[in-house]
Design a binder for this molecule. Sequence first.
Ligand code: ADP
Ligand code: MG
Length: 703
Amino acid sequence: MSDSINISEIFAENVFNDAVMKERLPKDVYNKLRNTIDFGVELDPAVANVIANVMKDWAIGKGATHYTHWFQPMTGITAEKHDSFISAPKEDGRVLMEFSGKELIKGEPDASSFPSGGLRATFEARGYTAWDCTSPAFIKENAAGATLCIPTAFCSYTGEALDNKTPLLRSMEAVNTQALRILKLFGNTTSKRVIPSVGAEQEYFLVDREKYLQRKDLIFTGRTLFGAMPPKGQELEDHYFGSIRERVAVFMREVNEELWKLGVSAKTQHNEAAPAQHELAPIYAQVNVAVDHNQLVMETLKKVAGHHGLTCLLHEKPFSGVNGSGKHNNWSLTTDDGINMLEPGKKPHENTQFLLVLSAIIKAVDTHADLLRESAANVGNDLRLGSNEAPPAIISIFLGAQLEDLLNQIATTGSVTNTMQRERLNTGVSTLPELKKDASDRNRTSPFAFTGNKFEFRMVGSSASISSPNVVLNTIVAEAFDEIATRLENCSDFEQEVMLIIQEIIKKHSRIIFNGNGYSNEWVEEAARRGLPNLPTMVDSIPALITDKAIKLFEKFGVFTKTELESRAEIQYEAYTKAINIEARAMVEIASKHIIPAVIRYTTALADSINSVTAAGCDASTQKEILDSVTIYLRNAKEAMAKLVSNLEYAKSIADAKQKAIYFKDNIATTMVELRKPCDELEMLVDKTLWPFPSYGDLIFEL
Ligand code: ADP
Ligand code: MG
């Protein structure tokens, strides 16, 4: 690592971006490629050969020896298969560096080892990766050297999407087409494209690597399966935005440097609410690039942590009883000429286009709340949603007082005349600058909050790809725009029809708007009265993918076929079962091989002590009491473990993926809680020097 970092010098130095392409590609080739990137014009194969050659020379100049199609299968992470650039040796024994257009645009990884949710059984195992020229290629450096990574989509022999990228690109097209109709209706003749912009704030934990290696639960599952709360938690709020520890600061510096080289505009970093928890946020980018970048952020955090004797935990709930980690997905719609359709402007009451867009989003989110919730479902998030600082599993929208007032004016009078004014902030100190307050306060408890000129979807889990939530957002908003545009294109009085549409939406969908405390029990009851879906677990939410409503939506906009949706539901059920199965088996192993033997050593020591104390003629009743309580917890642990083992055995007999997942949720996950409880009690009683692994206190307070 260099001593001082010159950001502008290193930024995107490993990215084959527009500037590099403009400089290195022949002008006509560059123009053709831009036409493909910007307007979806099909790429001429002859052009691909030229681009491949230029890309190869650029990559070799940067030290790359290999290239890979970099894709995002439904494991939620990325996959790569490296090939070196060398060609077969010539007659004189020399090798050349080769990379053809064909190799650039198409790859054929065997699809059979990636999740396909039954698509594989019906179709051949062959899979294809296809160059996604809308996301720039980049060079990844690691201990093995440098590799040219080419972002690609991944699909089956018959064209079904097997990845998180293909549906995202499809959903971008859908929202682009429908949003352009809305813009046109408002007289916009200049914008040619509408692109979702996304900034994903990434939360994560750092723990000492040596201690991590002593925790089999962290190694196998990414979270602690046992662990009593330390005497101090996060109640003092002394970690949030606290000054960053030296060791962590050095780590963050290297993370930033690596990310900047990859063109990821890492911008904000701070300590989060829980001890040992941190956050990194980039500047927003167009959604497909943001999805790639978030994968690179997660990968870089993990890799760089290792350089500093640390391990990065991306799990949604690594420590029970302590804040979990999420990924705030900030979403807006931006035109190619820089208009943000979610920008209210200085006088939002005069900005009917904004008010209509806002209403469309309200309609979309209320109509498909179940789908949006499903898009944030993963196994880890089940432990986070609804507990300690996480948004509840109920979707609602926070608008803030100002916007709600505007919509209410329309709802009650059919027109809108004024905007609630922003007030001055009174600090009572004359030397402080005069600040204007924002139009409304923030609401940290809302899962879907309007924050100035974007919506922030906070339900997404920290380890998840942000693809699914954005596929859903893009598509549901496309549907609302489509319906609204169709009405407006066929009406006689445009202004009046706009107001009428907003009025109707508020009447029908205002139940989704909630500005109160989303963490309270009253809200759960109130949401039920309003008829809002409450899908507490991943298994509860998966059916949302394959309702008639969802199939109709996704098929209409060409984002998913029914078959693809069914396969995705299947994959989700399987992912749930597999993850809980691993967790349960890890618990059994840790309890039987580590915790119970440690407790037995302790009870032996206690029994010895009772004998010695009694032999000395003293009263050993206190020692006996301790031995009694330890023995009771030991028995409870042993019984819960036996139940878990037998449930796991029974689960093997369930064939149907959905039924199996339900069994794991209702019978295995619950028994895991039963096993954990006495073990955590034992941790509080047993001699610390005998306890087989580092405690919560050791992990989160001693870095
Ligand atoms: P906060 O969550 O405190 O509001 P910021 O305003 O800094 O934090 O934004 C958080 C994330 O939202 C950042 O990644 C930022 O780039 C992104 N963001 C800001 N404006 C937009 C926008 N118009 N569309 C999408 N993302 C945005
Ligand atoms: Mg935020």
